[in-house]
Design a protein around this ligand. Structure first.
Ligand SMILES: Cc1cc2nc3c(=O)[nH]c(=O)nc-3n(C[C@H](O)[C@H](O)[C@H](O)COP(=O)(O)OP(=O)(O)OC[C@H]3O[C@@H](n4cnc5c(N)ncnc54)[C@H](O)[C@@H]3O)c2cc1C
Length: 383
C-alpha cells in the first residue's frame, strides 16, 4: 500500500492547481455571491480540457479515472469553491450517468455542447412526496405511439435555470422496478419551470412541471428496471459532492490556520491558545480521515462506477469533515470569518447543504448499516 500519488497524477493535480490559481482565484468571492451559473468558468474549463475527464476517449472524453476527477475537483475547490460546481457539472452528476448508459446517438447529441462548456445537464429526482424515499416518485411515462407522455413534477433540481438537459427519474410501471429515466430538453412542449426559490447556499432552484410532455424513444435513457443502474451512476455524483464538501473544509482550514498564526489577542497569537489548537487538531484528523475514505472509493472504482458502500462511507465522512472544518474555521476567525468579505461563511453554507443533498447523512448511515449487517433494512412501516 502506498499513500503517495503516482507521479503522473501528482503532476496532473499540480497542473489543475496552477490553472485554478491563474484563472479562477481572481473573482472567487464575486462568483460565490452570484446565484447564476458561471459560464465564463465553464468555457475556461472546456478550453483547458477539464470536462469529460472520465468519459471514454471514443466519446470525446479523456478516458481518465474517478481519482483523476476527484483530484481535479479538490484542486479547483481549494482555489475557487464555486468553480468546483462547474467542474462537477462537466464530469460528475447527470454527465457521468449519460456517459455510462446513453446510446451512441444520445451521446453524439448531448456531449458536444456539454464538453464545449456551452450547456449543462441537471439531475431531476426529488419530488414533493419523494425525497429520501425516492422510490415513491410519481412522475410517470405512459406509452404514446413510438414514444411516451411524461406527467408530474420535480423539486430542488440544482442549476434549473441554466440547464439545457434534465435527466428526469420517472416511472414506467409500479414499484422500484418500474422506475427509469428520460432526457427532457429545455423548450419541449408541456415542460415549464416554476418561480425561482433560493437555497441557503445562494443558488436558485425552480420546480419542474411536466404536462403531457412527449418523450420520443430517443430520449429514453433507462426504461423500467433501470433504477438500480441509475443509482449506481448517481454514486459518482455523490463522490463529487463528498470531494467538494471536504475540499471546502480544507480551504477554510488553511485560511483559519493563517489567521491563527498571525492575529494577536491578549498580547499573543491566537494559535497560542490551547482551546483553538485543539480545534485545528480535530479538523486535521477529520479532513485527513475523510480524504483517505474518499480516495479509497475513487481508487477502487478506477474507470468504473464506485461501490455504493464505499461511497456512502466517504460521503458521510467528507460531509461531516467539510462542515466541521468550515464551521470551526469561522469560529477561529471571529467576525472576520462571519463576514461576507471572505469565503468562509459561504463555505459554511455550502457544506451544510451537502449534508442533505445527494442522500442525507441519515440515508448514508442507513446504507452503511446495511453493509455492516449484510442485509437490507426496510424503512417502511410493517404491513
Ligand atoms: C443544496 C441542495 C441541492 C440539491 N440538488 C438536487 C438536485 O440537483 N436534484 C434533485 O433531484 N434533488 C436535489 N436536492 C434534493 C435532495 O436530494 C433532497 O433534499 C434530499 O434527498 C432529502 O429529501 P427531502 O428534502 O425531501 O427531506 P426528507 O426526505 O423529508 O427528510 C427529512 C429529514 O428526515 C431524515 N430522514 C428521512 N428518512 C429517513 C430514514 N429512513 N431514516 C433516518 N432519517 C430519515 C432525512 O435525513 C432528513 O434529515 C438538493 C438538495 C439540496 C439541499
Amino acid at each position: 500500500m502506498d499513500f503517495e500519488l503516482p507521479e503522473p497524477q501528482r503532476a496532473f493535480q499540480e497542473s489543475v492547481r496552477r490553472f485554478a490559481e491563474a484563472h479562477l482565484a481572481k473573482g472567487a468571492l464575486a462568483r460565490a455571491h452570484d446565484p447564476h451559473f458561471p459560464w465564463d468558468v465553464a468555457k475556461l474549463m472546456a478550453d483547458q480540457g477539464l470536462f469529460g475527464l472520465m468519459l471514454a476517449e471514443a466519446d470525446g472524453g479523456a478516458g481518465g479515472t474517478l481519482l483523476d476527477a476527484v483530484l481535479a475537483i479538490e484542486a479547483i475547490a481549494m482555489v475557487c469553491p464555486r468553480s468546483a460546481d462547474v467542474f462537477q457539472a462537466g464530469n460528475f452528476g447527470a454527465f457521468r450517468t449519460l456517459a455510462e448508459y446513453a446510446t451512441p446517438e444520445q451521446k453524439a447529441r448531448c456531449f458536444g455542447p456539454l464538453l464545449r462548456g456551452e450547456a449543462i445537464a441537471a439531475v431531476a429526482m426529488t419530488e414533493p412526496d419523494a425525497g429520501s424515499a425516492l422510490t415513491d416518485l410519481a412522475s410517470r411515462c405512459t406509452p404514446d405511439g413510438e414514444g411516451f407522455r411524461l406527467n408530474g413534477g420535480k423539486l430542488f433540481t440544482s442549476n434549473t435555470e441554466d440547464a439545457a438537459i434534465f435527466l428526469v427519474y420517472c416511472r414506467f410501471g409500479p414499484g422500484t422496478d418500474g422506475i427509469g429515466s428520460v432526457i427532457v430538453e429545455r423548450g419541449m412542449q408541456g415542460f415549464r419551470l416554476g418561480q425561482p426559490s433560493r437555497y441557503m447556499n445562494g443558488e436558485d432552484w425552480c420546480a419542474l412541471y411536466f404536462d403531457d410532455v412527449f418523450i420520443p424513444p430517443g430520449n429514453v435513457l433507462l426504461k423500467e428496471g433501470g433504477f438500480r443502474r441509475q443509482i449506481a451512476g448517481f454514486n459518482v455524483e455523490r463522490t463529487g459532492n463528498a470531494a467538494r464538501a471536504r475540499a471546502l473544509g480544507e480551504y477554510c482550514f488553511a485560511a483559519a490556520r493563517e489567521h491563527a498564526a498571525t492575529r494577536r489577542q491578549f498580547g499573543r497569537k491566537l494559535m497560542e491558545f490551547q482551546g483553538l489548537q485543539w480545534k485545528f487538531s480535530e479538523m486535521r484528523v477529520a479532513l485527513d480521515a475523510a480524504q483517505l475514505l474518499l480516495y479509497r472509493a475513487a481508487v477502487r472504482a478506477d474507470r468504473g462506477l464506485p461501490d455504493a458502500q464505499d461511497v456512502a462511507i466517504a460521503k458521510y465522512a467528507c460531509n461531516q469533515a467539510g462542515w466541521l472544518a468550515a464551521n470551526e474555521a469561522m469560529q477561529v476567525m471571529g467576525g472576520t470569518g462571519y463576514s461576507q468579505d471572505l469565503l468562509i461563511e459561504y463555505c459554511v453554507r455550502k457544506t451544510r447543504g451537502w449534508m442533505i443533498a445527494g442522500g442525507s447523512l441519515e440515508m448514508m448511515k442507513n446504507r452503511i448499516a446495511e453493509g455492516v449487517f449484510g442485509r437490507a433494512f426496510s424503512q417502511r412501516p410493517g404491513k
